[in-house]
Write a protein that binds this ligand. Sequence first.
Ligand SMILES: Nc1ncnc2c1ncn2[C@@H]1O[C@H](COP(=O)(O)OP(=O)(O)OP(=O)(O)O)[C@@H](O)[C@H]1O
Length: 365
Amino acid sequence: MLSVAARTQFPGFALDVEFEAPSEGVTVLFGPSGCGKSTILAAVAGLAAPREGRIALDDTVLLDTARRIALPPEARRCATVFQDARLFPHMSVETNLRYGMRRAPAGATGPCFEEVVSLLGIGHLLGRRPGGLSGGEKQRVALGRALLARPRLLLMDEPLAALDAGRRAEVLPFLARLRDASRLPILYVTHALDEVDALADHLVLLKDGRVLADGRPEELSTRTDLPLAARRDAGVLLPVQVLAHEAAGGVSRLGFAGGELVTSLRPEPVGSYMRLRLRARDVAVATEEPRGISTQNILKARIVDIVPAGEAQEVFLHLALGPTILLARITRGSVGRLGLAPGGEVWALIKAVTFDHAGLPRGAV
Ligand SMILES: Nc1ncnc2c1ncn2[C@@H]1O[C@H](COP(=O)(O)OP(=O)(O)OP(=O)(O)O)[C@@H](O)[C@H]1O
């Protein structure tokens, strides 16, 4: 467990945060530019000291200002991956990777050179210089170098932010594999929601130097009181399992706690797990079972709550399908016209099941 409490002040900005991150898996620090994400990473790495605070990794205290403890960065065993890979340009990829290994303390355990090379798919790059690599390849080498230093904690400061969409899509699955193979806590800074969806086991939402909420991303995605709900792509993050492929009909069936969804045919094998975002704008409701309609996903649900959606003349419906909560964003006019109220039964029409934010939950690879 990584526990972080830090308070510090810059002109015009105050940071006052407290949160805990699980001992394994990715904890994402998510929030708008300037909310304090990098300041927190720097405090954990020991690159900048907060005015007050306590940071501990399991039973190792990295910082405790009250007890005047502040381990130097090299004693903290944190490895950091930045936006830019920061590889040594005059060394081959292999020498860059072996440089990481030289930083590993004697007796530290972790994946060996060959395992890391295979995990990140960089075997064919070993003899090359960083200058000739694509941005995505460089980032994979930087991830390898960080892992080979056998850290106790991996820090990632927007590792995909400098890559174009194609390269991001190339590196994202490697990050998921690294998360699953490394069994390390990873503190990951981003402001990209698709990275949250693909990687986060735990989410810390930040605003103006404060923690607004933290918890499992699936749970936070149902909260309409958080800034996430104001986004155009707001909606619940839903863990699903591929139940069947029906090639003749060109569809796959996905199961979730409380129901099934039909999608166009998916490439993932039957039994695989995925996590997808069902956008609130893509969910409509009907008070009677619709017939003669092209929408494939029509699921019976109960209205749990109706809450205003920002300034607009719209509301969020919290819909329960068994234990699963879905969000629908509809107009106030529709609520009145259909006589919707908490406790009422409706049919939820899922107009689109999009996979552009699909991610793999931990252990699902
Ligand atoms: N060394 C410093 N001196 C003065 N102000 C600083 C310093 N470091 C950070 N700040 C300020 O603290 C605030 C938080 O910065 P920080 O880099 O932690 O935000 P961030 O959430 O990581 O932002 P971004 O997503 O843009 O990287 C900003 O207003 C920044 O200007």
